[in-house]
Design a binder for this molecule. Sequence first.
Ligand code: NAD
Ligand code: DAU
Length: 342
Amino acid sequence: MKLFVTGGAGFIGSQFIRDWVKRFPQDEIINFDKLTYAGNLANLTSVEDHPGYTFVRGDIRHSEALLEAIPHGADAVVHFAAESHVDRSINGAAEFVSTNALGTQVLLDAARHRKVARFLHISTDEVGGSMHPEEWLKEDSALKPRSAYAASKTAAEHLVRAAGETFGTDYVITRTSNNYGPFQFPEKLLPLAICNAMENQSIPVYGDGMQVRDWIHVEDNCRALISTLRGGRAGHTYHIGGGFPRPNRYVLESILAMLDRPKSLLAPTKDRPGHDRRYAVNFDKIVRELNWRPLISFQDGLRQTIHWYKDNQQWVKSVRSGDYLNYYKEQYGQSLSQSKAA
Ligand code: NAD
Ligand code: DAU
């Protein structure tokens, strides 16, 4: 197969590429990524010399760059590229609308012109908005996004469906709950808490810390994405969940216990404006149709993730200092412009 992956230098996209190369080493993968603060080629060193893998630096909002990079008749576009952090969307929504909504449209158009067979769109359970205590988001539930991030991802989903209706684009949409695992930028709750706790720094707890998120290990998510890409029905949406909804405080206390740090590191702060209280995603459909289910327990996944952050402090230091380009040069003895970047 020939895949065109957007945002493959980010947290989930890089896991997807590493996993795909391991499972299907004969396939070709083009990773098209702008390398924002969240994109990091150090996430992909294990595949950078793989003969089927190519990196192209580019922006999904640039039609010409896409038309040049997408191989004619590719088997699939796998669309991860996005601005992904809710807190940043509160401080600057325009970039989210531009990348997540407009960028998706430009990519859909380019994929159609290049006659790509399938468009796998990576969406989020946040499009459903905050769930009531007994409510579960199903694939056909009403979409009620409440943050600019979620609204921009909802717009993107609608544009994908519109391309299906208007042009017959073969698409599959996935909506995943909160991913965690290695290589996650330490602005999201779990890696932020691990990194801060390791350094004996306080961890901001928004509001009462009783907001519920459903945690899924990124490897489980990527296994589901591979299944939906290969076996999902055209025009369908599939939910992917960890089956582990827990309040933030539970997650934070688990991290502190594993790192042998005191609960006094938890620092209640003012709440995130418009904070969604609870996400809960029903993923019966993917279990029923594609025989997928999460395999990594939260305790095992968290232990493995903590080990990874302990063992990769240089990576953490570099992404935290924003000094990634220097880090890359020091680690790999070449500047980014000498890598396969176009
Ligand atoms: P991330 O922030 O780690 O990575 C995003 C990647 O997209 C980066 O490599 C960045 O450089 C790239 N990018 C951003 N703007 C771009 C542009 N204009 N052109 C090309 N590349 C661009 O994000 P992530 O956590 O890996 O999330 C990946 C996708 O999964 C996103 O679409 C996100 O909405 C979705 N998602 C994430 C989660 C989660 O828990 N992290 C859950 C559900 C859905
Ligand atoms: O549900 C899927 C979504 O999960 C993805 O679509 C998003 O891309 C991803 O960022 C994530 O969104 P959240 O807002 O749920 O993730 P975040 O890690 O930012 O926050 C998780 C919870 O922890 C949330 O209730 C806010 C809270 N929080 C977060 C941070 C960063 C804190 O209490 N303190 C913090 O410092």
